[in-house]
Design a protein around this ligand. Structure first.
Ligand code: MN
Length: 425
């Protein structure tokens, strides 16, 4: 064997040892690594296109929040994805940047060029190939054996160019368990450092998701050499629940998107998974490195740049999360905010608690707002204002200007200078 080949073989062995040590370290630490796919699966949803410079802004905000890796795009699918990744090199330096690839050497080459210049330990590829009977027969027209060869060939090709190589069997949740485990075993032997479990069409329940994870842990003996990742879609509204169930079962990496944007009903929502973990640390007993105070601003940034508005009721980022109109809740919140909130706004970097004045509001919230506006009112005047608010036509927003008007009318009413009709605005 020539000296150069011996050196190459030795350096390969050293790299393998380093890879193994890093993976073992991650596994022993029990830390949950957040992989964000807002810029790839999220951007893939109809109507959510992002310009490359907007992707960089979101990537920086995700870095600030502490995500471990970014699914930064699918370079072989679009030149704009290559451009966005190129703009991130040297700018987004914290998270690992990964590029999505089909199980094709050409896709790996495009990803290699897109990620050129990023340090080896901060760049990776994420390969996917359909493995379910539906994909094998109707999409790929390949046998189980043929697909296994495609997986092992492409993963080993990628492993010669990248230290971080993920492999995900697309439609894993509809793939036969024995075959799924075989795909994973062979992918790890070919050099995959992460194996992913995508619920591509979002049909699992938490119980079935856990069963899959247990089966993989039992059926993939070389899993000590790779991290296990999950990727859930929200077609049954269960993506977050499924992700949490798998965390309980010991997975290492969870892939999510901000605001849950993504194909069809979207993906597991990053901020919801994080807050469930943060509020139930006793249950999950897993560490993670997301700064919860960055979450609400992150949600707002993604909504603004994608143009995909979030529902008012959306957990963490929705407009109603720290706003209430109900009198009993307003009274409780004024006495102690914890009475009617699961967590304080400052924990997620949210705005102030808003006591919205409307038909359901009570005296206490009205009095509180009047005091804040330096408007003095007697008990009788407050009662008049509360009654006036209840009589407002549907859709009227009782903001400070309207409140001032009602206050002045209440004063007039008490001094007997207004007719009942004049009190209606
Ligand atoms: Mn997906």
């Amino acid at each position: 064997m020539p000296a150069s080949s011996i050196i190459q073989k030795l350096s390969r062995q050293v790299i393998d040892k380093v890879r193994h040590a890093i993976i073992s370290h991650h596994k022993r630490s029990g830390r949950i690594l957040f992989s964000d796919t807002t810029l790839r699966d999220g951007e893939q949803m109809p109507g959510a296109t992002l310009e490359p410079h907007e992707k960089v802004r979101i990537a920086l905000a995700l870095q600030d929040a502490g995500v471990h890796s970014l699914d930064a795009g699918f370079p072989a699918s679009s030149e704009a994805d290559v451009e966005a990744i190129r703009m991130m090199i040297g700018v987004v330096t914290g998270p690992v940047l990964t590029a999505l690839c089909r199980t094709l050497p050409a896709d790996v080459d495009v990803a290699d060029r897109a990620l050129e210049g990023n340090p080896q330990h901060k760049r990776g590829v994420s390969l996917f190939c359909g493995t379910s009977p539906l994909h094998r027969v109707h999409k790929l027209n390949r046998s189980r054996t043929e697909i296994l060869k495609i997986i092992t060939d492409s993963v080993s090709y990628a492993a010669q160019r990248f230290r971080i190589v993920a492999f995900s069997p697309e439609d894993a949740s509809r793939t036969e368990v024995d075959y799924l485990c075989q795909c994973y075993r062979e992918a790890i032997d070919a050099g995959a450092t992460t194996i992913g479990f995508p619920d591509t069409v979002g049909l699992l329940t938490p119980e079935k998701a856990r069963d899959y994870i247990k089966a993989i842990q039992d059926g993939v003996p070389n899993l000590d050499r790779a991290l296990l990742a999950v990727h859930f879609h929200n077609d049954l509204g269960l993506a977050v629940a499924n992700t949490l169930a798998c965390i309980q079962e010991g997975v290492n990496v969870v892939q999510c998107t901000v605001n849950g944007i993504g194909e069809r009903a979207g993906n597991a929502t990053l901020e919801e998974v994080v807050m469930a973990l943060a509020l139930h640390a006793d249950q999950y007993q897993r560490r993670f490195s997301i700064d919860t105070t960055k979450l609400a601003p992150l949600c707002h940034l993604v909504a603004e740049l994608t143009g995909v508005a979030v529902s008012r009721m959306k957990p963490i980022g929705g407009a109603n999360i720290f706003a209430t109109e109900a009198g009993i809740h307003q009274d409780g919140l004024l006495k102690n905010p914890d009475t009617y909130l699961p967590y304080r706004p400052e924990m997620v970097g949210g705005g102030d608690i808003q006591l919205v004045l409307g038909r359901h509001s009570g005296r206490r919230a009205v009095a509180h707002r009047l005091t804040e506006l330096n408007l003095s009112a007697t008990e009788a005047e407050i009662s008049v204002i509360v009654e006036l608010i209840k009589k407002q036509p549907k859709g009227t927003v009782v903001d400070d200007a309207v409140l001032r008007l009602l206050w002045s009318q209440a004063e007039l009413s008490r001094s007997g200078r207004a007719t009942h009709a004049a009190l209606k605005i």
